[in-house]
Design a protein around this ligand. Structure first.
Ligand code: COI
Length: 358
């Protein structure tokens, strides 16, 4: 059934003006076109199309609006110095999304078809890919359940869509150290739940703690495990790393943590530089003690949107713990530079992470 789907194209007649690079910010502007495909239980996926960026009409009873059947991804397209367009590990994002679909009782989608649509969409809107270093085109594939039905069950109708936004840095400060608030009052996810899925509700549930941290002057929240509130899990919307002595340590994926693609890239890059990397449980007490006895050399968060985000301070139980004197560490800088060099096609790509478009 999947193999027979063609992607139709309907170009916009009213292209929008493009924002200047210095006005980009993150996720505020959207390109001229989007991809969309519909699913219903009898016919499966159908009507794959690229059309003008447009609102949906949705029934007020739609499943996603009440029970949150929604999954999404974030990946980026880059304009290299040579004008070539690169995607970074797009298949990893699409495969992770399909695993999330299974967990959320949503239909899997044909990865090859979506990749074909994604590449065609990026190429069609290629003039929206910003050329400035650090800027990129952020792609947001999303799937939602849309049955007009208030009984609780998996929907019988879904929309898969993909929108694109030219972006600069996720944080207004760019690659500069963030201050992180260790959250003791709320948790993000529990093993056996949906913490490893990029589903909308995880992000909604994080907002109250984020707001509290933000009001107190912190950039993000550091989440601890739900059972003992001792083990470090994630920071805000990203994975977290600590350089403890000469070992790079990050919490293991155990179901409550998102298996970040930037996380995986950092682990592989660091190992290729002969840096010892451990994916192991790490308690907040170990991290704070290391910051006091000087063995915590540096810390950074990783994610598609934020790339590498150095952590300059942890704030826990009314006490501030500076890291690397509040400055970005050398490993965070090296990883940021090397990842970007690969993503923009300036450097060798030994891991075959990039995919050319056009
Ligand atoms: C990403 O890093 O791509 C994310 O999905 C985080 C999002 C909250 C911006």
């Amino acid at each position: 059934m999947w193999k027979d789907i063609d992607i139709s194209l309907e170009k916009t007649e009213t292209p929008k003006p493009k924002p200047a690079v210095e006005e980009l910010g993150f996720g505020r502007h959207f390109t001229d076109h989007m991809f969309r495909m519909d699913w219903n239980r009898e016919q499966g996926w159908q009507q794959a199309r690229i059309c003008s960026y447009q609102p949906f009409e949705m029934d007020p009873a739609a499943t996603v609006l009440h029970y949150g059947q929604a999954i999404f991804e974030g990946l980026k397209a880059y304009r290299g110095d040579n004008g070539q367009i690169y995607l970074f590990r797009p298949l990893d994002n699409l495969e992770r999304m399909n695993r999330g679909a299974v967990r959320m009782s949503m239909p899997r989608f044909p990865v090859d078809l979506i990749l074909q649509g994604l590449k065609a969409l990026v190429y069609l809107d290629r003039d929206w890919i910003p050329e400035a270093n650090g800027a990129s085109l952020y792609l947001r594939p999303t799937m939602i359940g849309v049955d007009p039905f208030l009984g609780l069950k998996p929907a019988d109708n879904y929309i898969f869509y993909l929108i694109m936004s030219p972006v600069g840095s996720y944080y207004a400060g760019g690659f500069s150290p963030t201050k992180i608030f260790v959250c003791r009052d709320y948790v993000r996810a529990v093993k056996g739940g949906v913490g490893e899925v990029k589903t909308a509700g995880n992000y909604a549930a994080s907002l109250l703690a984020y707001e509290m941290a933000n009001k107190a002057g912190y950039t993000q929240v550091l989440w601890l495990d739900a059972c003992e509130r001792r083990y470090v899990e994630e920071v805000g919307t990203s994975n977290i790393f600590f350089m403890l002595d000469d070992t790079l340590v990050t919490p293991p994926l155990g179901g409550s943590i998102l298996g970040g693609i930037t996380r995986d890239s950092v682990i592989k890059l660091a190992r290729s530089w002969d840096i010892k990397v451990e994916e192991r449980p790490v308690t907040i007490d170990e991290v704070l003690a290391a910051s006091q006895d000087g063995t915590l050399k540096e810390s950074f968060a990783t994610g598609t949107a934020a790339v590498i985000s150095p952590v300059g301070e942890l704030f826990c139980d009314d006490t501030g713990y500076p890291i690397n004197r509040g400055e970005a560490g050398p490993l965070a800088e090296r990883l940021f530079e090397e990842l970007q060099a690969i993503q923009y096609g300036r450097s060798e790509d030994p891991f075959k992470w990039t995919m050319r478009v056009g």
